[in-house]
Structure formats: structure tokens, C-alpha cells
Ligand binder design. Structure first.
Ligand SMILES: [Fe+2]
Length: 308
């Protein structure tokens, strides 16, 4: 595959991982993202790997949606007319075309930022309704967002207190909460605002809180995720601090080296080995099925599990 991401600017190498870097790419020209390809993916992706949500009337709550055998093109119609958001998580794992695309993205980056060494790379495919919103949240790993079809506005906030409180980041890292974190409208005064067009890509500071508003058209985007040794150390520190805090001890250090840090690494490893994180992880229960004729493109699943 030839290069997907356009060559980065020389200064991007210094900004990388700590500040926002805006990129251009050629994914909009790939057949992988046309309607027939997307409909095929919707039908073949394991339901456990396809997270589908709808936004409630209060515009503040996401509810889980299950495909329940609805054809892929019909799901796309429901997305066009409704309020639906699909994330095909880890799509490179089950579609070799996306595996190749992911490898090319990271190869392009490695050409321009040679010291950037990643492991545990992932990509996800997002398909979302006109005007859909993704609420203020942060993600545990290094990440980038690639706009392929439609337009969206992303607000990026500093990855520090008060925009990102350590106790909330720890909850996200330990998966004891969903990715939402506390938000105040005045935070927007401190946000970087970027309008993303097809062919735009964005990489930003680790754990940087963000929220997204789609413009009035269906959106197709790709997310990429990566780990580096530095990101892994930061993750272990936050995980360990979260365990300490859950036992009424307020952690004082956010260092990612030294004896206290190594103690947190050991604590995290023990905690996870004991399976203690499983019992506290959040579970998702589907409540709707896609339907282009229904309000917001979804109809409810009844309590007996039968589609109403
Ligand atoms: Fe995110």
C-alpha cells in the first residue's frame, strides 16, 4: 500500500504526543468506506465487536442498540435519519484490509517521527448520524481521529486539572466508570476547536479530554489507538493510584519512575491477576434496534427481549 498519511511538518516531530498535530490523509478515496462496504461490515462484524448507541430525547444519555439481523443498508438508512453512533472496535482484527490500513498509518508516522515506538495498536471504525454528539470524555491510550466522510467539530481540552481530575482519569483507566468525566460549559473557553473535513486527521496530547459535534450529515471516521512505553507507565501509575484511592488513601505522587511507582506497578499487576477488575467493570445492556421509520432511527426492545 502506498502512503496514506501525508508527510508531517518538521515541527510535528517535536509536538508529537504532547500537543495537537493536524494531518491530511487519503482514506476518503478508498472503496473500503463506501456504502456497500460499510453495509457489508455492519452485517458481518461480530455483534460483540460492534458497539451501537442511540441518544435519548434528553440529549444527554446514550442507550445501547443491537442490530438484531437488520440488513446493513437499512442500518445505514437508520443512521442517516436518526441518532445512532456505531463503533466497530478493533476492526483490524477481523478484516485484513483494515489491518493493512492500520499498518500503513503507523509506518507513515514512523517515517516522520522515527523515535515514536508503538505496541498494541488498534483501529476502530465510527459511523454516526447527522448532528450526533459524543460527550466530554477521555481515553486511556494514545489516539488519533481520522475523518473520512461528513464533517464534525472536535473540542480538545488540556489533559490537566480541572479539565481532567486525577481521580476521574483513574476511574476511566480502571474501567470502573464509562469514559465520561465531569464537564462545565466554561471549560469551552479553554478548548482548542477543530472542524474536521474528509481527509483531515488529528493526534493530541495523551488523555486529552474531548467532545465532538457532528455537522448535519452522516459521518464516517476512523480512530486509532496506540501504546508506547511512556504511555504504559502513565497508565500503570494511574491504575495504581486508583486502587489506592478506592481504599481511602489519597495518592500524592503521579511520578512514572522510582520506588513508589514500581510499587503501583506491582499493585496493579496483583489486582488484575486476582481478577478483581472484572467484578467492577461496567456492563452494557441493549435497549433498541435500528429502524429508519422510527423516531431517531431506533425502536425499543421489550423487557422480554422481543423487538416491539
Ligand atoms: Fe474519544
Amino acid at each position: 500500500m502506498r502512503r496514506v498519511v501525508e508527510r508531517l511538518k518538521p515541527q510535528d516531530r517535536e509536538l508529537w504526543g504532547h500537543h495537537t498535530v493536524k494531518m491530511r490523509h487519503r482514506m476518503p478515496s478508498l472503496e473500503l468506506f463506501n456504502d456497500d462496504s460499510l453495509a457489508g461490515l455492519i452485517e458481518t462484524v461480530d455483534p460483540g465487536r460492534m458497539i451501537m448507541h442511540t441518544m435519548e430525547d434528553d440529549l444527554s444519555t446514550w442507550k445501547a442498540v443491537e442490530r438484531c439481523g437488520v440488513p446493513g443498508h437499512t442500518v445505514l438508512d437508520a443512521i442517516r435519519s436518526g441518532r445512532i453512533w456505531i463503533n466497530m472496535v478493533g476492526i483490524h482484527d477481523y478484516d485484513p484490509r483494515f489491518a493493512e490500513l492500520m499498518d500503513q498509518i503507523f509506518a507513515d508516522w514512523a517515517m516522520d517521527v522515527p523515535e515514536f515506538r508503538t505496541f498494541k495498536r488498534k483501529i476502530g471504525l465510527l459511523i454516526s448520524s447527522p448532528n450526533a454528539k459524543v460527550f466530554y470524555h477521555c481515553d486511556p491510550a494514545g489516539q488519533a481521529l481520522w475523518q473520512v466522510r461528513g464533517r464534525k467539530r472536535i473540542y480538545l481540552y488540556p489533559p490537566t486539572d480541572p479539565f481532567l481530575k486525577p481521580c476521574e482519569l483513574e476511574g476511566v483507566i480502571r474501567s470502573v466508570t464509562r469514559e465520561e468525566i465531569s464537564y462545565e460549559p466554561w471549560y469551552d473557553d479553554y478548548a482548542e476547536v477543530h472542524d474536521l473535513e474528509p481527509g483531515d486527521g488529528l493526534h493530541w496530547a495523551l488523555n486529552g479530554p474531548h467532545r465532538i459535534d457532528n455537522y448535519g450529515e452522516i459521518n464516517v471516521s476512523l480512530t486509532s489507538e496506540h501504546w508506547t512505553p511512556e504511555i504504559r507507565r502513565s497508565w500503570a501509575m494511574n491504575y495504581g493510584n486508583g486502587i489506592l484511592r478506592s481504599h481511602a488513601y489519597t495518592p500524592r505522587s503521579r511520578a512514572t519512575e522510582g520506588a513508589a511507582f514500581l510499587g503501583k506497578v506491582a499493585l496493579t499487576a496483583l489486582w488484575r491477576k486476582a481478577g478483581l477488575q472484572e467484578k467492577q467493570s461496567y456492563k452494557r445492556i441493549p435497549e433498541y434496534v435500528p429502524d429508519p421509520a422510527a423516531p431517531h432511527g431506533v425502536r425499543p426492545i421489550t423487557s422480554s427481549g422481543v423487538v416491539a
